[in-house]
Design a protein around this ligand. Sequence first.
Ligand SMILES: [Fe+2]
Ligand SMILES: [Fe+2]
Length: 373
Amino acid sequence: MEKKLRFHNRRFRIMLIGDPHCGPEDQQIRDRMIIKDYLELQYAAIRSAEPDLVVLMGDNADGGNPEEVRKTLFRITKPYSDNKIPFTFILGNHDLQYAVTDLDALYEIYQSLPCCILPGNRSRFGDFSIPVFAEKGEEQKLQLLCVYSGSSEMKEKGSVYDWVLPEQIRWIKETQKNLGAIPTVLFQHIPFPEEFSLLEETTPISMLLDGVSGQNEQKGRFFRLKKSTSGYLGEAPCAPAVNSGEFEAVKQCGNIFAAFFGHDHLNDFVGMTDGIVLGQCKTASFNAYGDGTRQGVRILDFYENAPFAMDTFMLRYRDIVSKKSRSLSGSIAVLHDKTSVKLETGAKTVLPAAAVLTPLLLSCAAIHKKKRK
Ligand SMILES: [Fe+2]
Ligand SMILES: [Fe+2]
């Protein structure tokens, strides 16, 4: 298989897989159902989207020993090798927490998988970039920048999650300087803290509708999507509390026009801040926390004749496979999403309250009116 990536029919289509969280164990019936649901989503998404490249967005696989990790990765990437679709990956905060704790050893396992693209030229932290060429000829049209955002090992007091280090930021700047003005998209597991600029602060009562409560360092604050942000907010972003200046560096590069993240399993919103598209890819997993059958993959389309332009949309299990899954219990499987659950909860709370309070208020008003006469 040719590993040089190229536009096809002037388009290059990427399929992002958020937080697969797959494990090696198939001992329980539910484990088998989980992986079946996951693979069915993958095969359906490939049939529907026919991507040119797949990117695993981190928190990909676990296992009790290196061989189990390899087997798990082999199994979850089989839909791509079956269809001769190349894939690449970024690591999440959990990927080095299991049997393989050495970055180079884990990369070696990835490299042994069919259809894996992993350039040898990498930063000390495992960051790398992949060129995408024009349909014909040797002109590079797009660059994919894969950045490792760490786990919790490097954390300082005050941040639950790691941040991209100054050395990595220097590597990003250097790589982009050598590249010139080639349009670049960045992929990273843990989102930039600047993702909060796509949200607005709201009140606790909004939790009944479209609001979510802040997590970790943001506890006690409430957020919802700004009108200019599209998609779905299921939880507050878990960005690092320390801002290492990565977003500022990305802006200064001038050619990085979009960045996509995993990590927050429920979120699939996309918006623009300071001229850069920031987007979330929610989980495709039935093994981690999710919201009913909305697990899905995110599609990104880039165009050879329109640099710095892109389209993106989600393909969800419930839309391309089924509204019920094998691995989720009946009640969870039929939930539309958290918002609809909230609306339902809101209606269940507000309507009975209104039914009781309205006659009471009306009779009070009538008595008051009588008195005034
Ligand atoms: Fe995750
Ligand atoms: Fe994560």
